[in-house]
Design a protein around this ligand. Structure first.
Ligand code: HEM
Length: 320
């Protein structure tokens, strides 16, 4: 990707990051290279997320089979993704490899039977969608924040350039890129890719002064908690340095929870931090971004927190 970037070009950085992370996740987990389809997958996902956002706003008034233009677009997108995922599964069935998908093909249900095609499809779809859109959004907001805070970008570029000295980063470099990781943490505090989660109450209970009846839906939002002054000084400010000296260990549990918590916490946390740190280091070692002036940057709080109109940036060579 970086090889195709040229100084002075304008890029929608959200589109670039989505295409990149979809390529990474399909290659890493399923051993397939879907470079050609990365754009179509991004578009399909966008139609589904837009429709989900629209439905959440209109309280799910109409079921998804009603042929509104949005429903039709989203249903077509779901069909496209289902077919793509089934093709990936069939491809791997014919030629097993040493990857996650081949292990899923051998996996067994509680009753000892093999997973059905629908179960396999659902597993692969979850990993494909949960495994790329979140990381892409995290990288997008990070690059925006860096463009808005040039002194942080400068410090980050100094770290990557002095550690890497021009070469590509590898896994052993991770411990030597602490500032890069702090930048990511701080970006996910202000712009958590998963901005709200929900649970259904399993049994009648009290939480603080509130009585919650079994079956009630409860929503809790990273966006809100991460900006609470009880836990973070100057919460609206982008300050990666706040994470030095182990802030995370000193916070109450769930004051910072971009990856959720408990038994349903994210299984991709370590992977995505590794991936995002390496991508950021790789980008920042030779590039610098400016935001295209006067563009509208708005939030689209769908399942993930996306920029509604993408984020346009002008590429420049790093001047360090
Ligand atoms: C910055 C990147 C990521 C963020 C912010 C993120 C966030 C989350 C959150 C908040 C949850 C919990 C949902 C809930 O409690 O209802 C979750 C679950 C999950 N994540 Fe991630 N995630 C990221 C990357 C990934 C990656 C790379 C993968 C796959 C390789 C992945 C796979 C999953 C799966 C399978 C679950 C469901 C776990 C379960 O229900 O047992 N995620 N993620």
């Amino acid at each position: 990707m970086l090889g195709t970037w040229k100084t002075g070009e304008i890029h929608d950085i959200h589109q670039d990051m989505s295409q990149l992370t979809v390529k990474v996740i399909t290659k890493v987990l399923f051993g397939v290279d879907i470079t050609q389809m990365a754009l179509e997958i991004g578009d399909a996902l966008e139609s589904i997320l837009l429709q989900y956002y629209h439905k959440a706003q209109t309280s799910f008034l109409l079921p998804s089979w009603v042929p509104t233009p949005g429903n039709l677009r989203a249903n077509r997108a779901i069909e496209y993704l289902n077919k793509l995922v089934i093709d990936i599964i069939e491809q791997r069935r014919e030629s097993p490899q040493d990857d996650l998908l081949s292990s899923l093909l051998l996996a067994q249900d509680e009753d000892g039977s093999q997973l059905s095609m629908k179960e396999l499809r659902d597993e692969v779809m979850t990993l494909l969608l949960a495994g790329h859109e979140t990381t892409a959004t995290a990288l997008t907001w990070t690059l925006m924040l860096l463009a808005q805070n040039p002194e942080v970008a400068q410090k980050l570029a100094s770290e990557t350039q002095s550690v890497l000295e021009g070469r590509a980063p590898g896994i052993t470099d991770l411990p030597r890129l602490p500032y890069t990781e702090m930048v990511l943490k701080e970006s996910m505090r202000l712009y958590p890719p998963a901005w709200a989660l929900s649970r259904e109450v399993a049994q009648d209970c009290m939480i603080g002064p509130y009585f919650l009846k079994r079956g009630t839906s409860v929503f809790f939002s990273q966006w809100v908690v991460h900006r609470d002054t009880r836990f973070f000084d100057n919460p609206e400010q982008f300050l990666p340095e706040r994470w030095q000296d182990n802030l995370e260990l000193n916070l109450p549990r769930c004051a910072y929870f971009p990856f959720g918590a408990g038994p349903r916490g994210c299984i991709g946390q370590a992977f995505s931090i590794m991936e995002a740190t390496l991508i950021l280091a790789m980008i920042l070692k030779q590039n610098y971004f400016k935001l295209v002036p006067d563009q509208a940057i708005e939030l689209l709080p769908s399942i993930t927190l996306r920029p509604k109109y993408g984020i346009k940036m002008i590429l420049e060579s790093s001047n360090l």
